[in-house]
Design a protein around this ligand. Structure first.
Ligand SMILES: [Zn+2]
Length: 140
C-alpha cells in the first residue's frame, strides 16, 4: 500500500466507496465522477502504477472480471454497450497513479465521444520500421 494513494486507501477500507465487486485480487466500485450512470472502476487491490508491472494473475483477473461487471452493468442500466478504458501514464490521461480500468456503460445517443482521429503512416516503409521496432522490444 502506498500512503498517499487514494485507491490503496479504498482497497484497504480507509476511504469509503460504493463497492460493486471484490475478490482476493481486484475491487470494483462506482466512479465518483461518472461519465454515465453506473461508470465503474476496477482496480488491483495491490498498488501498481502501470499496467506494465501487473503480475500476470492480476492482469488476467482484471480482464476476467471486467466483462462480467460490464455485462451486469449493461443489463442493469439497459445500456447498448460499454467501453473499457485504461489510461496508462499521464500522457494517456492517467490521473490516479494506481492502475484502474474504467467500465463505462454506453448508449448510442449519450454524447460521449471516443477518439476517432486517424493519422496515416507517412509510408509503408515507415510502418514496417515501426512494426520491427515494436516486435524487437517485446518482452517474453
Ligand atoms: Zn495505490
Amino acid at each position: 500500500m502506498i500512503e498517499n494513494c487514494v485507491f490503496c486507501k479504498i482497497a484497504a477500507g480507509q476511504v469509503p466507496c460504493d463497492k460493486v465487486y471484490e475478490d482476493d485480487l481486484v475491487l470494483g466500485f462506482l466512479d465518483i465522477a461518472p461519465l454515465n450512470p453506473g461508470h465503474m472502476l476496477l482496480i488491483p487491490k495491490e498498488h501498481h502504477t502501470s499496467a506494465t508491472t501487473l503480475p500476470d494473475a492480476v492482469a488476467a483477473r482484471l480482464f476476467q472480471v471486467a466483462p462480467r461487471l460490464a455485462q451486469a452493468l449493461v443489463r442493469a442500466t439497459d445500456a447498448g454497450g460499454f467501453n473499457l478504458i485504461l489510461a496508462n501514464g499521464t500522457a494517456a490521461g492517467q490521473v490516479v497513479p494506481h492502475v484502474h480500468l474504467h467500465i463505462v456503460p454506453r448508449r448510442a445517443d449519450d454524447g460521449l465521444v471516443m477518439p476517432t482521429r486517424s493519422i496515416p503512416y507517412p509510408s509503408d516503409a515507415a510502418k514496417a520500421r515501426l512494426l520491427t521496432r515494436v516486435q524487437a522490444r517485446l518482452e517474453p
